[in-house]
Design a protein. Structure first.
Length: 480
């Protein structure tokens, strides 16, 4: 199936008529073409967005909210179709696309359909000066949204929904590796009656289309989710133009397990937090740190549970681990298994590619557990972003905390303990934007989401996202 750009409510070919192949990760075959767009396509999308802005930014909140709700409902109506498309494009198990990715895309629209009707601003009465200040939070104009391939529609809509709810018009680029559901979203937006030009989707390469969006002088804010290196590159381009930036970047998240935790619950969740979506979630707990007294028991039980996971074709309903997203990414992840061997890491389980019947050229890898002894090894410091976790033991709270924080990343941390004082100590001292205690990836869309250190800049979610996508202006009125 061929994909087109979505500009001014219409589906159009790229101006220069250049195309890229779209691969199916489950079998390595090309199954369609996508626009290899250029700066000219981005300019066309910008003009459509700029043209739509005066009217959309003045559309009353009830109407905006109702269109967003319609989009959410249409996503739910087409859940099975969208989930199948996502699974085919990305390689993720169909069960995951059905239970997480697509429902969450609908929730993103529904959440911001509601949130915008509750978004308000402050007033400050300057008592004794006969003056009142009030704050306006106005839409910015045309904004750029750039998203990665791991949770394609989920993360794409997480940016677009608050941007348009707040009255902006958008030029968006999904990852070139997983463009399909973004393309289908354009059709849904038309069906829901989203006015022309409010959302424009330009497909193509990051260093062309993405860079053209970031460099565009009149695209005033950029919301980006992706790798830390790309985020840093974007920041360098955007900073001299004083663009607003929201950067959700990489992670190397610790999963800290104390002996006093609810063991069975921890074990089941740790399997999930390690290998969901083939480990390709920025929030996966890729460094498992276990208290010495239960380390050997955990090792045996964890290996047992992981050995029961089924690596298989993404469309099989009982598949736990599908295909990695691309041949290049599989190579990258595999290279870390070689690095482990060079660094003296001990492969406790996995480490090999898997051949799936009738899909021999798909990008499959066993879930892999590697025991390491030095937190400074590359395996524990670099983001692998695949089905590979490391195990390491610690003696006490102090050591656990320093191991957890000893990384340039600071996205999330998971803590397993039933000790309240420890929970509070770690919550305060962990250098991350998100801390989960006795759970993982439990998301309440009202909460701030984002990372510290090299994991990013700014927070998304709830009113934080609406604040990002609006310009704040204080008005001070003096009266007699
Ligand atoms: P990339 O940084 O390679 O790409 C992300 C997006 O940016 C893609 O759409 C990409 O396009 C585009 N892009 C690439 N180069 C540029 C550029 N020079 N200017 C503008 N845009 C560009 O990340 P991946 O797609 O590989 O995604 C995986 C990364 O995302 C991991 O590091 C992961 O941790 C992070 N991530 C962070 C999350 C968070 O919330 N903190 C959530 C999910 C993932 P193209 O694909 O065409 O190259």
């Amino acid at each position: 199936m061929n994909i087109q750009n979505y500009i001014n409510g219409e589906f159009v070919n790229p101006i220069q008529d250049n195309w890229l192949d779209n691969y199916n990760p489950s079998n390595g075959e090309i199954y369609g073409q996508i626009p290899n767009s250029s700066t000219e396509d981005v300019e066309k999308a910008y003009l459509a967005a700029a043209n739509a802005f005066p009217s959309w930014s003045n559309t009353n909140l009830e109407e905006r909210s109702s269109i967003l709700s319609k989009i959410a409902n249409l996503i739910l109506e087409k859940l099975d179709f969208l989930a199948a498309a996502e699974s085919k494009d990305n390689g993720k198990p169909i069960s995951l696309a059905k239970s997480v990715d697509i429902p969450r895309a609908a929730s993103n629209f529904q959440f911001f359909a509601n949130a915008i009707t509750q978004f308000s601003s402050e007033a400050h009465e300057s008592v004794g000066f006969n003056a009142i200040n009030f704050t306006l939070r106005q839409p910015i104009g045309v904004v750029g949204c750039i998203s990665p391939w791991n949770l394609p529609l989920y993360l794409f809509t997480w940016k677009i929904a608050p941007a348009i709810a707040a009255g902006n018009c958008v030029v968006a680029k999904p990852s070139e590796v997983t463009p399909m559901t973004a393309f289908l979203l354009g059709k849904i937006c038309n069906e829901a009656g989203l006015p022309k030009g409010v959302l424009n989707i330009v497909h193509g390469l990051g260093n062309q289309v993405g860079e053209a969006i970031v460099s565009h002088p009149n695209i005033k804010a950029i919301s980006f989710t992706g790798g830390t290196k790309t985020g840093s590159h974007i920041a360098k381009i955007a900073a001299p133009m004083f663009k607003k930036l929201s950067l959700e970047l990489g992670g190397k998240n610790p999963n800290i397990i104390f002996a006093d935790c609810d063991y069975d619950k921890m074990l089941a969740t740790t399997v999930r937090s390690s290998f969901s979506n083939q480990g390709q979630i920025c929030l996966c707990g890729s460094r498992i740190l276990v208290q010495e007294s239960i380390y050997e028991k955990f090792k045996v039980d964890f290996i047992q549970k992981v050995s029961e996971l089924k690596v298989g074709h993404p469309s099989d309903s009982d598949t736990d681990i599908g295909a990695l997203v691309s041949a290049a990414h599989l190579q990258k992840v595999k290279s870390y298994i070689d690095i482990a061997e060079q660094e003296g890491g001990k492969i406790l389980f996995g480490g090999k590619t898997v051949t799936v019947k009738d899909s021999e050229n798909g990008y499959y890898l066993q879930p892999t557990i590697i025991e390491v002894s030095d937190n400074n090894c590359r395996l524990n410091q670099e983001e692998i972003f695949g089905p590979v976790v490391t195990l390491m033991s610690f003696k006490n709270d102090e050591e656990a905390l320093s191991l957890a924080n000893e990384t340039k990343y600071g996205l999330s941390a998971t803590l397993w303990t039933n000790n309240l004082n420890r929970t509070m100590q770690f919550s305060q001292k962990l250098e991350t934007g998100i801390v989960w205690v006795n759970t993982w990836m439990m998301r309440d869309l009202r909460t701030p989401f984002g990372g510290q250190k090299d994991s990013g800049l700014g927070r998304e979610g709830g009113f934080e996202a609406l604040r990002f996508f609006t310009e704040t202006k204080n008005v001070c009125i003096k009266y007699q």
